[in-house]
Design a binder for this molecule. Structure first.
Ligand SMILES: Cc1cc2nc3c(=O)[nH]c(=O)nc-3n(C[C@H](O)[C@H](O)[C@H](O)COP(=O)(O)O)c2cc1C
Length: 333
């Protein structure tokens, strides 16, 4: 595949350096994927998958299980900071949990008010809180008291539960509670992951609050990012599935000429496959690489062929054979 030179995205104003962030994605962007994507580069920071705080103050090992980067200065191997994300609905419990987390020196703390999963919402977590700005305020304020000002404190919200009518109210509540910056995923919980992302509502939130707003949702390529920045007025963006579909997207957004499949994607896939095999049971490893390839098909035609070949395979040894013949893994001498 040929390199894709692209124009620089526009900036919001003089002196603004737009940031590109890697979204938290439970089951998809774990530490192995974060290491690969941040190794390719282009990200200012990333957020790990949510840690649920439901009934007990969590012991420190729970944090490093979700975010092993905590054991290496809260950074990926490439040096990209990783913020820890918590999800829950009890202000005091969240604050007490954060108090245990602080000695581990997280690169930042993020609160999740966006998860649409029915089980999570049933327990009062994630997007279910978006009908209760007063509780959002109390959660943010309780956690704020525990987070030293030197540690960035953010929140990530959807626009609402069934409709975005209270999005601005929720954002103002989180701001009043003391979050430093706000990631807004431009969908309601009931929108789930259906396109489009409602950039007009992200813009309304951005206009209403005084802290930086980071736009998120449905950015798959450079054109999407340009439109997102133009329509939301946000310079900073967070890439979710698009970052996984095209691991070079952040660098394209930085106007870099990026390598093609053989020089860029194939080594990244090999690194991922090695990492996944180190981390998960052999029977779970094939599903991980298939999942990645199925998303990657959107941006890379080579992934379609490979995905088709790997789909029926169940054992890592079988996957190795195909990856070798595709030139992703080196042939055994
Ligand atoms: C598989 C998957 C897992 C996700 N897990 C989380 C999570 O743990 N915490 C969170 O705040 N958002 C989570 N999200 C939402 C993403 O961070 C992001 O807001 C959403 O995918 C929209 O961005 P995109 O359209 O660029 O993918 C998840 C999304 C996906 C697809």
């Amino acid at each position: 595949m040929k390199p894709h030179p692209h124009p620089s995205p526009p900036l919001e104003g003089e002196g603004v350096v737009p940031r590109i962030l890697l979204a938290p994605m439970e089951g998809l962007a774990d530490d192995v994927m974060r290491e690969v994507l941040t190794g390719i580069g282009g990200y200012d920071w990333c957020v790990c998958e949510f840690v649920r705080v439901s009934s007990n103050v969590l012991p420190p090992r729970v944090f490093s299980r979700t975010c092993p980067e905590l054991l290496q200065g809260s950074r990926t191997a490439a040096g990209t900071p990783v913020r820890l994300q918590l999800m829950g609905c009890h202000p005091e419990l969240l604050a007490a949990t954060v108090a245990r987390l602080i000695p581990l020196h997280p690169a930042g703390i993020d609160l999740n008010f966006g998860c649409p999963a029915p089980l999570v919402n049933f327990h009062g977590g994630g997007a279910a809180l978006l009908d209760d700005p007063e509780l959002l305020y109390r959660i943010a304020a309780a956690v704020r008291q525990t987070v030293p000002t030197a540690i960035p404190f953010s929140a990530k919200m959807r626009l609402g539960i069934t409709n975005p009518a209270r999005a601005v109210e929720c954002a103002l509540a989180l701001t009043a509670g003391g979050v430093d910056e706000l990631v807004v995923h431009g969908r309601t919980r009931d929108d789930f992951y259906r396109p489009p992302a409602r950039y007009d509502w992200i813009a309304r939130v951005r206009e209403a609050v005084k802290i930086p707003v980071i736009a998120n949702g449905e950015i798959w390529n450079v054109e999407d990012a340009l439109r997102c920045r133009a329509e939301t007025g946000c310079a900073d963006i967070m890439l979710g599935r698009g970052a996984v579909a095209d691991p070079f997207l952040a660098r394209r957004l930085r106007n870099e000429v990026v390598p093609g499949w053989e020089e860029g994607m194939a080594p990244a896939l090999a690194q991922f496959w090695r990492g996944v095999q180190r981390k998960v049971l052999p029977r779970h490893a094939p599903g991980r690489i298939k999942h990645w390839l199925s998303l990657m098909r959107r941006a890379w035609p080579q992934a379609e062929t490979l995905h088709h070949q790997l789909r029926p395979l169940r054992r890592p040894e079988e996957i190795d054979v195909v990856l070798r013949s595709a030139g992703v893994l080196a042939e055994v001498a």
